[in-house]
Design a protein around this ligand. Structure first.
Ligand SMILES: [Zn+2]
Length: 442
């Protein structure tokens, strides 16, 4: 069985590496000694030739990537007793290497199922192109996921998320059912909560990957979601959580041109045409933004339509959608069941996409150059009704704590009475969005 659509490419905007921790990025790993490499090849019956030949040093060779992953599995240590719902002792914390070895009859590299990251056939894993483009964390998670399939765990049809209404069996019933997703999430949760020698950036990646996948791969949802308001201000990024009204802010080194977007796991900064930067809302101090391998903004790394000017990831009636518009006033969506972007449809005058209308109602809306807007009739590429007026003095609306807030072109936020809203402090507000916030790591 496959592990569907992992993320790609790992880059981070972060500052200081931690000397004592295991490496994170492929370029951070030392050359591996031949004895250890040969032991890995033998333990996992690796078809080195299919990965580009045995390679001890060059990080761009797929064989070295796999050796890096196995090093992380073998040397990663866990301690402490902190747990959350994802840690259920499916795999004993100290046994990952031996367990993985027992469940692996062989590993080779192929490109026969391009929409999958990897698949397991009778204990033989075939790692696809998507696997090679993942971060170390995502690749280790893929190995652990595939290993669980050897023990006879299979997927079921998804009743929500991107694969709802597709015929792809990509989900597990619940965390407690202990399937491949459960075992994969347990590893990420342990890295975050019990990791003894992992780099904080690797832990940040694990937190994001867990949130990204756990919000849709289990039909019985293990997490409850709260609203948080995220803003891009003249001082950096700010978060205002729902009930405690606690304002957290931190500096961010990126460009003012980045657009702040909601995702299914939090927030991302859209950096067209380059991609997107995921924000770790729990620990933004570690890596203010990591290349978004987590939300479906990762699709921007997989041959997206050209000249995109706006992209939104939204959940409507339990189904996830990815919509985009380009500079030629055309609209697209991503067809998850086919692993491809739809053909383009002309939507004359369309300028951008937003996720709240002027009344503060959530959804997906197209805003036009003539200051009108319409709701998009998902899953189609058209308006659901005749366009209505969009206020000239409004950049965006969000609904937060019962009021509809408006962001103006003057970089001020106003409440529904038209009064200046000071919930984000004194800073100028460049952009804001409402995001889901999951409290599973406190
Ligand atoms: Zn699977």
């Amino acid at each position: 069985m496959d592990r569907l659509l992992g993320g790609l490419l790992a880059l981070a905007l972060y500052t200081s590496p931690v000397a004592w921790a295991l490496p994170v990025f492929d370029g951070d790993f030392d050359c591996l000694d031949a004895t250890t490499a040969n032991r890995y090849v033998s333990d996992f019956q690796i078809d080195s030739e299919s990965f580009g030949g045995l390679e001890l040093c060059q990080p761009q060779v797929d064989t070295k990537k796999l050796l890096n992953d196995l090093q992380l599995v073998e040397l990663g240590q866990f301690n402490g007793s902190t747990v959350n719902i994802f840690i259920q002792e499916f795999v004993p914390a100290g046994d990952y290497y031996l367990w993985l070895k027992e469940q692996t009859n062989g590993i080779s590299r192929g490109d026969d199922i391009p929409w999958a990251t990897a698949y397991n056939s009778g204990g033989y894993f075939t790692m696809q192109d998507g696997w090679a483009k993942l971060s170390t964390l995502g690749r280790v998670g893929t190995l652990i996921h595939e290993a669980r399939h050897t023990e006879g765990y299979y997927h079921t049809i998804c009743d929500h998320g991107p694969y709802k209404d597709s015929r792809i069996s990509g989900c597990d019933e619940s965390v407690a059912s202990g399937g491949s997703h459960g075992v994969e999430m347990e590893y990420y949760a342990r890295v975050v909560l019990q990791g003894a020698n992992f780099h904080p950036v690797y832990q940040s990646m694990a937190r994001l990957m867990l949130l990204a996948r756990a919000n849709f791969v289990f039909n019985e949802s293990p997490m409850s979601e709260k609203d948080a308001l995220i803003a891009r201000t003249s001082e950096g990024l700010a978060r205002l959580a729902g009930e405690d009204k606690q304002l957290l802010s931190w500096s961010f080194p990126g460009s003012e041109s980045f657009q702040l977007k909601r995702t299914s796991l939090g927030a991302t900064l859209l950096d067209l045409p380059n991609g997107a930067w995921s924000i770790d809302l729990e620990r933004p101090d570690i890596a203010p933004a990591l290349s978004d391998d987590y939300s479906y903004f990762k699709l921007l790394k997989m041959a997206p339509p050209a000249d995109l000017v706006d992209v939104e990831e939204v959940d409507i009636h339990l189904r996830r959608y990815m919509y985009a518009i380009d500079g030629q006033e055309r609209i697209y969506n991503y067809i998850f069941g086919q692993g491809a972007w739809s053909p383009a449809t002309h939507l004359p005058g369309v300028e951008r996409l937003v996720t709240h209308n002027p009344m503060g109602q959530p959804g997906l809306f197209a805003v036009f150059k003539n200051l009108t807007y319409c709701p998009i009739q998902v899953p189609f590429l058209r308006c659901d009704r005749t366009p209505m007026p969009w206020p000239a003095d409004a950049r965006k609306f969000v609904s937060f704590n019962g009021s509809t807030l408006k962001l103006g072109p003057d970089r001020m936020v106003y409440d529904s009475k038209g009064e200046v809203w000071d919930g984000l402090g004194e800073a100028e507000v460049l952009d804001l969005t409402l995001v889901p916030h999951f409290e599973i790591f406190q």
